[in-house]
Design a protein around this ligand. Structure first.
Ligand code: GP9
Ligand code: MN
Length: 682
């Protein structure tokens, strides 16, 4: 034993074990990673091992006693990196990313001095280094001066790679498309560890910055010509009609339009939303042929498209991978041109979809994340806060905003796998035998009820009548993995054509002083929202790079492009390489016009991608009034001080253990919940 410990390989083994256990201990003690099942627990434990083997293994290639120095140096650097994350996390509840490091202005957001975030007990994080130095002094005299046979370190590094591959495989099984969809830093650290996250982050950033470096100011001209040409002149009667009005934008999570007017067990599923569609008294206009245009970024894509009139990326989420870009977002324009206050409300942790970074780029003044809400037991389910308490607790926050405001409220309960507490379920589930599909109606009903109450509260607060209210669905809720059950629901086979038809999500809008039109059958998509709102406020959209057109305009372009190049027009649709008659669903032989449209859609998507990949808006100045957004002007603190300042009382949070055990219990109850995220089959 003594011989082993005093050998080079023994020294390496001890360093590996120390780094492994220290990292695991740090994860558990310092980070709130929301472990939901035994597999996640296991992966959290195992993930530092591969990094330790690979990085420390490199030191074994060194000659003689230098091995020890290198091991200590690598251990020190990895420890320093981990500890820097610990300190950063204590203030930001988030991990360090390269953009954070490179944007020096962000250091301001570290707030108080680093010293106040470190405590003397943190010395435990240096124990391993002290042990290693002592061990090295004691044992090095026994070490040979020769270089180790290269096979040994090579084998150790290969073992590290194998361990990593198994880790990644298990992680992908628990959370499909973990790396491709780029959800949340928390997830990657939970599944792959802090060191692998840093590598992943570096690769992502390298990819992005190369594309960015290759772009130059001339690239924006082609895009500008295209969007200026596509522009549709505003409807004169409506242009500027809502100038200075509050805008309340409500995001209906995973809500597909087939739910509107759908009856289950002889009951309307969403009576309140149905009433907005049919009851002219509320003055809403409902676009029954409105489509989502999201891809892997799901909610983040919807938010992105609506506020920028740019398409999301074909892979991953622009919120995450393009958060370093310059944007000319709707809220930023409203703020600069008409002094709007911008706020986003969402009962989930702020780092999900990198919101806390990207919102700064969009000039969002207030981001009311889960720390502003009462997240205690009974209030939360699935991803976060339940919609009823969400709206209820959002009301006093809404009232703190300076007017006019642009308020965006994102609901959450109606999210796959559609979990609902018994006391919240007011309609029986469907009976297809597919749990997600069956419960889908129950969470939709819950969302509907929460909205009804919110409308009453808005009216009572005097915020209803004179506000623009826009309600939209973000993306599908039932993927094509559930085609069998869905065909039972709608009484038709779900062909690719039919599936595309099901990508309709609601769009409802009420504009003060404008008579609602009820049901409208124009074809529109999420990309069209920004120019529409700009025109209602009297701001010409043509100045800005935007791919959508005003839905109220005579010249509105009524084709809807999906992210994969498929598209729908009122006459024909192009789905998975086949043209169909949009009305009858019959296959069509493509005419020249149809083929031209297909090319045009491809071109439009490519131009939008160019804007994101080349960060082209940094070269574009829309007009004299425009000033680039400086993200260091924005900071989203923890809710407690804001609530205190405004005299809003929040119940105390429950401990994290209570919360995780509750989630675990829910997960156990639902056999199909091994993945919380719905995946498309292709
Ligand atoms: C998470 C929520 C859900 O905060 O917005 O995102 P989704 O899974 O729908 O993209
Ligand atoms: Mn969503």
């Amino acid at each position: 034993m003594k011989k082993f410990i005093s050998s080079k390989i023994g020294f390496f083994t001890i360093a590996t074990l120390l780094l492994w256990f220290k990292s695991y201990f740090t994860y558990v003690a310092e980070f709130n990673l929301d472990i939901q099942n035994t597999m996640q627990q296991f992966l959290l434990f195992i993930n530092p091992l591969s990094s330790a083997l690979i990085f420390l293994g490199i030191a074994l290639f060194a000659r003689g006693k230098r091995v020890g120095i290198y091991i200590i140096a690598i251990q020190f650097l990895m420890s320093l990196f981990l500890y820097a994350n610990v300190v950063f996390y204590r203030f930001n509840s988030d991990f360090i990313t390269l953009p954070v490091l490179t944007q020096t202005s962000n250091f301001g957001s570290l707030g108080g001095s680093i010293a106040s975030l470190a405590t003397w007990t943190d010395i435990v994080y240096a124990f391993d280094i002290i042990i290693l130095i002592a061990l090295y002094m004691w044992s090095r005299s026994n070490w040979s001066l020769e270089r180790m046979n290269v096979k040994k370190p090579a084998l150790i590094i290969i073992t590290g790679v194998v361990v990593f591959s198994i880790n990644l495989g298990l992680a992908e099984a628990d959370r499909p498309q973990l790396l491709k969809r780029t959800f949340d830093r928390n997830y990657i650290v939970k599944y792959l560890g802090a060191y692998n996250f840093a590598i992943y982050d570096a690769i992502q950033n390298l990819k992005s910055s190369t594309q960015r470096v290759l772009a130059d100011s001339s690239d924006v001209t082609e895009v500008e010509n295209y969007t200026k040409n596509k522009f549709a002149e505003p409807n004169e009667q409506l242009f500027g009609i809502a100038e200075g009005k509050n805008i309340i934008k409500i995001h209906l999570e995973s809500f597909q339009s087939f739910l509107i007017d759908y009856e289950l067990h002889g009951e309307e599923v969403t009576p309140f939303l149905n009433s907005l569609v049919h009851d002219q008294a509320e003055n809403f206009t409902y676009y029954e042929n409105f489509f989502h245009q999201t891809e892997q970024g799901k909610t983040a894509d919807a938010e992105f498209i609506l506020d920028n009139s740019l398409y999301g990326l074909p892979q991953g989420a622009a919120f995450v991978t393009k958060s370093g870009n310059t944007y000319q977002s709707l809220p930023a324009i409203l703020k600069q041109r008409q002094n709007y206050t911008n706020a986003i409300f969402h009962g989930d942790s702020k780092s999900f979809w990198n919101r806390d970074e990207i919102y700064k780029k969009f000039a969002i003044d207030h981001f009311f994340d889960d720390t502003y809400y009462d997240m205690s037991e009974g209030q939360v389910i699935n991803y976060g806060l339940k919609d009823k308490p969400f709206f209820e607790e959002s009301m006093p926050l809404l009232e703190t905003l300076d007017q006019p405001f642009y308020a965006h409220l994102l609901t959450l309960t109606h999210h796959h796998p559609y979990l609902i507490d018994e006391e919240d379920a007011t309609i029986a589930p469907a009976e297809t035998g597919d749990g997600s599909v069956d419960r889908y109606f129950q969470t939709a009903r819950y969302l509907d009820e929460s909205l009804e109450q919110f409308f009453l509260d808005l009216k009572e607060a005097g915020l209803y009548e004179d506000s623009v209210i826009l309600i939209y669905g973000d993306h599908y809720g039932i993927s094509d993995n559930h085609n069998r059950a869905m065909s039972e629901i709608i009484g038709e086979e779900i062909t690719p054509f039919k599936y595309a038809q099901l990508q309709r999500v609601p769009l409802m809008i009420k504009v003060p002083g404008v008579k609602g039109k009820g049901l409208v059958d124009d074809y529109t998509g999420q990309i069209d929202i920004m120019p529409t709102l700009l025109h209602l406020l009297g701001i010409r959209a043509q100045d800005y790079i935007q791919f959508g057109t005003d839905i109220f305009s005579e010249g509105h372009k009524d084709f809807v492009a999906f992210r994969n190049g498929d598209f729908i027009t009122p006459e024909y649709s192009f789905i998975k390489d086949v043209f169909y008659d949009t009305d009858s669903g019959e296959e069509l032989e493509p005419t020249d016009d149809m083929l031209k449209m297909k090319e045009n859609i491809q071109h439009e998507l490519e131009l939008s991608d160019k804007v994101l990949q080349g960060d082209l808006l940094r070269f574009y100045s829309p007009n004299d009034e425009w000033e680039d957004v400086d993200s260091s002007d924005y900071f989203y603190g923890d809710g407690s001080s804001y609530l205190k300042e405004h005299g809003i009382i929040k119940k105390p949070d429950i401990s994290d253990e209570d919360f995780s055990s509750e989630v675990e219990q829910q997960t156990d109850e639902n056999s199909e919940l091994d993945s919380n995220v719905e995946q498309p089959t292709e």
